[in-house]
Design a protein around this ligand. Structure first.
Ligand SMILES: Nc1ncnc2c1ncn2[C@@H]1O[C@H](COP(=O)(O)OP(=O)(O)OP(=O)(O)O)[C@@H](O)[C@H]1O
Length: 594
């Protein structure tokens, strides 16, 4: 029987098993305690039954001869010990399992952070959440109930077989043979179990992703009256999941039935064989019931691991999904240690930069060159899809350039450590995310050690202090999910306060396109003015006022830089810029001045 069934990623069952085992390495002590108490739990349970069976045998032969009280005492002690050991086994096994799950969750989150946003391109956020939470949860079966139980089953079965061999060697041989048959049943159905397990986990993750999308896009679903269409998609996904689970359940049922038939036949064989041995005078009568009980017990632990093995398909599928994230290669590798001497200057150079998001795609930016001098504000302008955000993504090193180089202070950003790059740059992006914590903490994100006074000063400069103070709890007001809901303009002012507090020499901005009321608009423009002062700023400009206030403009079209210069120069000499401005801001094409 091939015990190394290959899954869709080419990973084998045995490789998956070994990978999971590696995580147990640092918990050897806990695992040892779980296995020891597991073995003792079974040994005491078997001993209790064996003593009972022996008493029955003695009573049947009228041979108890006044030992009843002592035997009852022994039985009482065995029951107490068995209970204690069961408690210990559950405690230690779950302690190890849940500690490992915590390790997995932290490692997974680190991996997501390391490989994002690249990984998020290929995975829906619901699918990722499914891996982070429920796939990891499934691994509890392995760490708490599979590996340790396998060791316990091997030890207990060996002990029982030795005991049986001492009674009669033929009984032991027959039971060993029957155990091999019982163990081979899950192996026979292993390929199906792996395929079905993978299918269930994939379908579950799709259904999760659909549900998450339904929550995230609820506003659009209601506003566009898309409820029927969305529900159809949702039903479809849930239908596929339940069909897959039913198929999986049917196989579990088939496997379980085969196991019960095998165990039933095994019990009949033991009963017949023991009776035959007693009849032949080879086995004393009082050992008959003991032999039958021991025979039955030898299948107990084996049945336990067989039922776990029946679910190994799902365990393997979940572990593959977890390892897929853990082992995803980072799109960007940072230098571990700094090689750059002296202080950084903050000018930015895009030197013949080309990049495409996927190998077979056209370049999103193509041979782009421009410079932002220290303290200068350069605005990227162009139609949607021109490549402006891509320039910012590359400067922030969410991806690396395909050819060319981006330099800060004449150093290639690929030669900088993550810490160096992050301490030089701060990004204020369109979609401001507020965490479910206080407004104060949300502002403090980029500088956790900032004092309350510094936070308040930053908020004042960002014109956010006034509305924050208006809340009954001020800076201690909770925001984000289930916290107070802030308007788009208020969120932007908080993100400007964050940037002011972080106080980096380079500011990278993607200006929000959403319409703001004039009060918000004015406050934000003034806050941005303050933020840009003395910093090297690269900004994706959408508002005419921002374009006008920039020192120079870099005009992009289809991934290329087509014109650069000041607004006035471009109006005089540029051709494309004039058309762009006219089309975007409803101005005549012969506009001379705005
Ligand atoms: N994550 C991505 N994966 C694949 N292609 C992408 C991705 N992001 C952008 N693109 C493509 O790269 C090209 C440049 O897009 P980019 O977002 O840089 O343009 P933009 O000028 O910022 O547009 P907008 O003003 O609408 O944000 C477009 O063709 C776009 O479809």
């Amino acid at each position: 029987m091939d015990s190394t069934i290959t899954n869709k990623k080419g990973r084998t069952r045995s490789i998956g098993f070994i990978k999971l085992l590696k995580y147990l390495k640092s918990y050897r002590k806990g695992l040892g305690l779980a296995v020891t108490s597991g073995v003792l739990h079974h040994v005491f349970a078997i001993s209790t039954s064996v003593v009972c069976a022996y008493i029955v045998g003695l009573i049947a032969r009228d041979n108890l001869s006044g030992n009843g009280a002592a035997i009852l005492m022994i039985l009482g002690v065995l029951v107490v010990l068995r209970t204690l050991m069961y408690y210990g086994e559950m405690w230690f096994a779950h302690e190890v399992a849940y500690r490992i799950l915590a390790d997995f969750r932290i490692a997974l989150y680190n991996a997501v952070e390391r490989v994002s946003p690249g990984i998020l391109l290929n995975m829906r956020s619901g699918q990722l959440a499914s891996t982070l939470m429920s796939d990891v949860e499934v691994l509890e079966w392995f760490f708490a109930h599979t590996f340790g139980n396998m060791i316990v089953a091997s030890i207990v079965t060996t002990i029982v077989l030795c005991f049986l061999a001492a009674l009669n060697i033929y009984l032991a041989i027959i039971i060993l043979f029957l155990i091999i048959i019982i163990l081979s049943i899950p192996l026979l159905l292993q390929k199906k179990a792996d395929e079905q397990g993978r299918d269930v986990r994939d379908k579950l993750s799709d259904a999760n992703a659909e549900a998450v999308e339904g929550i995230q896009g609820l506003r659009e679903i209601l506003a566009l009256n898309y409820k029927k269409g969305f529900m159809k998609k949702m039903y479809n996904s849930i239908d596929k999941l339940s069909n897959s689970q039913i198929t999986y359940g049917k196989r579990l049922g088939l496997e379980g039935s085969l196991l019960h038939i095998a165990v039933g036949l095994a019990m009949i064989s033991i009963l017949t064989m023991s009776a035959f041995l007693v009849y032949e005078g080879v086995l004393a009568f009082e050992w008959f019931t003991v032999a039958v009980i021991l025979g039955g017990y030898s299948f107990g632990p084996i049945m336990e691991i067989s039922s776990m093995a029946r679910n190994f398909g799902i365990i393997l599928a979940s572990s593959n999904r977890v390892f897929e994230v853990l082992e995803s290669k980072s799109l960007v590798e940072y230098k571990e240690t700094s090689t750059i001497k002296g202080k950084f200057k903050s000018d930015i150079l895009f030197d013949n930069v080309s990049f495409s998001y996927k190998e077979d795609n056209n370049n999103a930016v193509d041979a782009v060159s421009f410079q932002v001098y220290e303290g200068e504000t350069v605005a990227l302008v162009g139609h949607s899809g021109a490549g402006k955000s891509t320039c910012i993504n590359l400067l922030l090193r969410f991806w690396d350039v395909k050819t060319g180089a981006i330099k800060i202070g004449s150093h290639d950003i690929r030669d900088m450590t993550q810490e160096e790059l992050r301490s030089m740059t701060c990004a204020v992006l369109q979609d401001v995310y507020l965490f479910h914590t206080t407004i104060g903490e949300n502002i403090r994100l980029g500088k956790p050690e900032a004092t309350d006074e510094e936070v308040e000063n930053a908020a004042k400069l960002a014109f956010a202090h006034e509305f924050i103070s208006g809340f009954p709890k001020g800076y201690d007001t909770k925001t984000g999910e289930r916290g107070v809901q802030l308007s788009g303009g208020q969120k932007q002012r908080i993100s400007i306060a964050r940037a002011l507090l972080k106080d980096t020499p380079i500011l990278i901005m993607d200006e929000a396109v959403s319409n703001l009321d004039s009060e918000n608009e004015q406050a934000i423009q003034q806050a941005l003015e303050r933020l840009r002062r003395g910093r090297t700023t690269l900004i994706i400009a959408h508002r005419l006022s921002t374009i006008l206030s920039a020192d120079r403009l870099v005009v992009m079209k289809n991934g290329k830089v087509v014109e650069t210069g000041t607004h006035e120069d471009l109006l005089k000499e540029g051709k494309y810029y004039k058309e762009l401005i006219a089309s975007q801001y409803s101005l005549p094409t012969d506009v001379k001045e705005i």
